[in-house]
Design a protein around this ligand. Sequence first.
Ligand SMILES: [Fe+2]
Length: 133
Amino acid sequence: MSIDSGLAADACVALDRIWIRLAVHIRAEHKVVFPALAETHSDLRAPLQTLHEDHDYFMASLAGSVKSMHGPSPDFASARTAVEVLKLRLAAHNALEEGGVYPLVDKLPQEQLTPILGQVARELAFLPPRYGP
Ligand SMILES: [Fe+2]
Protein backbone atom coordinates (compact mmCIF):
# COMPACT_ATOMS: atom_id res chain seq x y z
CA MET A 1 0.00 0.00 0.00
CA SER A 2 1.41 3.39 -0.96
CA ILE A 3 1.33 6.37 1.36
CA ASP A 4 -1.35 7.99 -0.81
CA SER A 5 -3.57 4.93 -0.84
CA GLY A 6 -3.21 4.61 2.93
CA LEU A 7 -4.09 8.27 3.39
CA ALA A 8 -6.99 7.91 0.97
CA ALA A 9 -8.34 4.98 2.98
CA ASP A 10 -8.04 6.98 6.21
CA ALA A 11 -9.73 9.95 4.54
CA CYS A 12 -12.59 7.73 3.35
CA VAL A 13 -13.15 6.45 6.87
CA ALA A 14 -13.07 9.99 8.30
CA LEU A 15 -15.40 11.38 5.62
CA ASP A 16 -17.77 8.45 6.05
CA ARG A 17 -17.90 9.04 9.81
CA ILE A 18 -18.69 12.70 9.25
CA TRP A 19 -21.38 11.67 6.75
CA ILE A 20 -22.92 9.26 9.28
CA ARG A 21 -22.96 11.74 12.16
CA LEU A 22 -24.45 14.41 9.95
CA ALA A 23 -26.96 11.94 8.47
CA VAL A 24 -28.39 10.95 11.86
CA HIS A 25 -28.61 14.62 12.84
CA ILE A 26 -30.47 15.34 9.61
CA ARG A 27 -32.72 12.30 10.06
CA ALA A 28 -33.69 13.49 13.55
CA GLU A 29 -34.48 16.95 12.27
CA HIS A 30 -36.49 15.73 9.29
CA LYS A 31 -38.42 13.07 11.17
CA VAL A 32 -38.98 14.85 14.48
CA VAL A 33 -37.91 18.47 14.91
CA PHE A 34 -38.92 20.10 11.65
CA PRO A 35 -42.40 18.53 11.46
CA ALA A 36 -43.10 19.60 15.05
CA LEU A 37 -42.04 23.17 14.28
CA ALA A 38 -43.85 23.31 10.94
CA GLU A 39 -47.02 22.31 12.75
CA THR A 40 -46.78 25.16 15.23
CA HIS A 41 -44.90 27.86 13.25
CA SER A 42 -46.18 28.47 9.73
CA ASP A 43 -43.69 31.34 9.39
CA LEU A 44 -40.83 28.81 9.40
CA ARG A 45 -41.66 27.41 5.97
CA ALA A 46 -38.84 29.25 4.15
CA PRO A 47 -36.12 28.70 6.79
CA LEU A 48 -37.00 25.00 7.06
CA GLN A 49 -36.84 24.70 3.28
CA THR A 50 -33.38 26.31 3.33
CA LEU A 51 -32.25 23.86 6.01
CA HIS A 52 -33.61 20.95 3.96
CA GLU A 53 -31.68 22.12 0.92
CA ASP A 54 -28.52 22.49 3.01
CA HIS A 55 -28.96 18.93 4.29
CA ASP A 56 -29.31 17.60 0.75
CA TYR A 57 -26.17 19.47 -0.21
CA PHE A 58 -24.19 18.15 2.77
CA MET A 59 -25.13 14.54 2.10
CA ALA A 60 -24.40 14.75 -1.61
CA SER A 61 -21.14 16.61 -1.10
CA LEU A 62 -19.81 14.18 1.50
CA ALA A 63 -20.89 11.16 -0.54
CA GLY A 64 -19.10 12.66 -3.53
CA SER A 65 -15.99 13.27 -1.46
CA VAL A 66 -15.90 9.67 -0.24
CA LYS A 67 -16.35 8.50 -3.83
CA SER A 68 -13.56 10.78 -5.07
CA MET A 69 -11.15 9.16 -2.62
CA HIS A 70 -11.84 5.60 -3.81
CA GLY A 71 -10.01 3.91 -6.62
CA PRO A 72 -6.45 3.97 -7.88
CA SER A 73 -6.26 7.77 -8.21
CA PRO A 74 -7.78 9.37 -5.12
CA ASP A 75 -8.63 13.02 -5.68
CA PHE A 76 -7.36 14.70 -2.54
CA ALA A 77 -7.76 18.21 -3.96
CA SER A 78 -11.44 17.74 -4.80
CA ALA A 79 -12.20 16.19 -1.44
CA ARG A 80 -10.37 18.99 0.39
CA THR A 81 -12.17 21.70 -1.59
CA ALA A 82 -15.54 20.01 -1.03
CA VAL A 83 -14.92 19.88 2.72
CA GLU A 84 -13.90 23.55 2.83
CA VAL A 85 -17.05 24.61 0.95
CA LEU A 86 -19.13 22.35 3.17
CA LYS A 87 -17.64 23.91 6.31
CA LEU A 88 -18.65 27.40 5.14
CA ARG A 89 -22.21 26.33 4.32
CA LEU A 90 -22.41 24.39 7.58
CA ALA A 91 -21.47 27.50 9.56
CA ALA A 92 -24.36 29.46 8.01
CA HIS A 93 -26.64 26.45 8.46
CA ASN A 94 -25.78 26.12 12.12
CA ALA A 95 -26.32 29.84 12.66
CA LEU A 96 -29.81 29.55 11.19
CA GLU A 97 -30.64 26.46 13.24
CA GLU A 98 -29.21 27.75 16.48
CA GLY A 99 -30.41 31.32 16.04
CA GLY A 100 -33.82 30.86 14.45
CA VAL A 101 -35.04 27.31 14.86
CA TYR A 102 -33.82 25.58 17.99
CA PRO A 103 -34.80 28.40 20.36
CA LEU A 104 -38.39 27.78 19.21
CA VAL A 105 -38.07 24.11 20.10
CA ASP A 106 -37.08 25.13 23.62
CA LYS A 107 -40.27 27.19 23.88
CA LEU A 108 -42.58 24.29 23.04
CA PRO A 109 -44.84 23.16 25.88
CA GLN A 110 -43.18 20.53 28.05
CA GLU A 111 -45.74 17.88 27.08
CA GLN A 112 -44.70 18.36 23.44
CA LEU A 113 -41.00 18.89 24.11
CA THR A 114 -40.37 15.77 26.19
CA PRO A 115 -41.38 13.25 23.50
CA ILE A 116 -39.51 15.25 20.87
CA LEU A 117 -36.29 15.09 22.89
CA GLY A 118 -36.76 11.35 23.43
CA GLN A 119 -37.31 10.74 19.72
CA VAL A 120 -34.29 12.87 18.80
CA ALA A 121 -32.09 10.96 21.25
CA ARG A 122 -33.23 7.64 19.73
CA GLU A 123 -32.55 8.88 16.19
CA LEU A 124 -29.08 10.12 17.12
CA ALA A 125 -28.22 6.80 18.78
CA PHE A 126 -29.42 4.69 15.84
CA LEU A 127 -26.19 4.40 13.86
CA PRO A 128 -25.33 2.07 10.97
CA PRO A 129 -23.43 -1.07 11.99
CA ARG A 130 -20.26 0.10 10.21
CA TYR A 131 -20.00 2.96 12.70
CA GLY A 132 -18.03 1.23 15.40
CA PRO A 133 -16.24 2.69 18.40
FE1 LIG B 1 -29.34 20.69 10.24
